[in-house]
Design a protein around this ligand. Structure first.
Ligand SMILES: [Zn+2]
Length: 324
């Protein structure tokens, strides 16, 4: 074959990468979260993902919502379905997303979300266990404390009745060694929101490769005292929980991957609200982590020019850039 034919193939091959069938199919699930910015943060994450041209994103929401408030009207789904915002979380017996239609499921549920139907729980277990991807952000790790397989998927969680029966506390000690601490106590805690430095612990991992080894995260909650089975879990980044902010004085895991049977889970504890998610570092990790969850590879490996430095956080104002 002549050289120009190879060139044609290269160009043709390159342009075909962006076709819809090659994109990673993501399903964001939400509806019940004590963090009342959730209708907006769901749209922010959809936007971050679609802006890369690497993903298509759908959203499925429980028909009974909790703490959606006025943001449900500002950031509507417009999917023709009826929703009812209730004063307390309530199980939606019809919440049965077809996970199998997607490559990755991203949970923006939160603390105190009502239990899913058994059929839906089994479907998620089959999806991730069968090789699917899952992304867990911030309070999504508060949900479903008594669901054993969910806890295996997320590795560590907080609140939701979690205690020593859920698994050890996991953190890094002064010598930066991973500790699995079996002592008794509740799982999940945080002090007041503040900016904190994210420290990369696995710089060769594709989700964090090429990023600064330490960078300042926008004002956010720093989760600590998380506990769970933490099986097959890799800690990609930690943050020092400073006693000045009611911290443990430990290096707490804040970005993790978990191998759950045949599937991959990306878990970040960052993302309390829209301000925290506006962090360029948050968005960068979210798109890379979601891509990794799909198939274990990351092609979105450019580091944005406005990525935070070791001393200065960087945020981007959020503007809706995708269809609702
Ligand atoms: Zn929070």
């Amino acid at each position: 074959m002549k050289a120009f034919s190879y060139l044609f193939l290269i160009i043709f091959g390159f342009t075909s990468v962006a076709s819809a069938e090659d994109k990673i199919r993501v399903l964001i699930i939400d509806g019940q979260n004590n963090h009342d910015t959730w209708p907006k943060t769901t749209m922010m994450m959809k936007s971050f993902l679609e802006e890369t041209d690497r993903f298509t994103v759908d959203i499925e929401r429980t028909q009974f919502t909790w703490k959606g408030g006025e943001l449900l009207e500002e950031f509507p789904l417009d999917d023709g379905k009826q929703y009812e915002d209730l004063p307390k979380p309530k199980t939606d017996p019809d919440f049965k997303p077809n996970f199998a239609n997607y490559d990755v499921v991203l949970s923006n549920f939160g603390y105190n979300a009502a239990a899913w139907p058994d059929e839906t729980k089994a479907a998620l277990e089959a999806f991730v266990g069968g090789g699917g991807g899952m992304v867990v952000v911030h309070a999504a790790d508060n949900s479903f404390g008594d669901w054993e397989e969910f806890n295996q998927m997320i590795g560590l969680g907080g609140w939701g009745g979690r205690n020593e029966k859920s698994g050890p506390y996991v953190y890094l000690n002064e010598d930066e060694e991973i500790v699995r601490d079996e002592s008794k106590g509740n799982g999940g805690d945080h002090g007041p929101r503040h900016e904190y430095q994210v420290v990369i612990r696995e710089p060769d991992h594709p989700i964090v490769a090429g990023l600064p080894r330490a960078w300042m995260h926008t004002k956010d909650e720093l989760y600590q005292k998380l506990r769970g089975p933490a099986n097959n879990m890799t800690i990609l980044a930690t943050a020092y929980a400073d006693p000045k902010y009611k911290g443990t004085g430990r290096h707490e895991p804040i970005v993790m991957t978990i191998d759950y049977k045949g599937g991959r889970v990306f878990h970040t504890v960052m993302g309390h609200d829209d301000q925290a998610m506006a962090c360029v570092g948050y968005a960068t990790l979210l798109v890379r982590g979601t891509e990794w969850a799909a198939d274990g590879k990351v092609t979105l490996n450019e580091v944005p020019d406005d990525f935070p430095t070791s001393t200065e956080s960087k945020s981007r104002p959020f503007e809706m850039s995708v269809s609702q």
